[in-house]
Design a protein around this ligand. Structure first.
Ligand SMILES: [Zn+2]
Length: 62
């Protein structure tokens, strides 16, 4: 299984929200999610650039 991030050809090693991702992209999305929910940085939904690239692949997209 390949990483599902756009234009990434790495092998998927983990999943995030059931989406297969390589280590690099999984870490990026992890950090971004923490920033979005926990940190005091003023991040808007549209600022979640990594998440938005895989959002259409997550099971809870409506
Ligand atoms: Zn990747």
């Amino acid at each position: 299984m390949k990483c599902q991030y756009q234009k990434c050809n790495q092998k998927a090693t983990k999943t995030w929200a059931l989406v297969p991702l390589c280590n690099v992209h999984r870490d990026k999305i992890d950090c971004e999610t923490i920033d979005y929910y926990i940190s005091t940085k003023e991040m808007k939904y549209e600022d979640r650039e990594h998440y938005l690239k895989i959002r259409h692949l997550t099971p809870w997209v409506s």
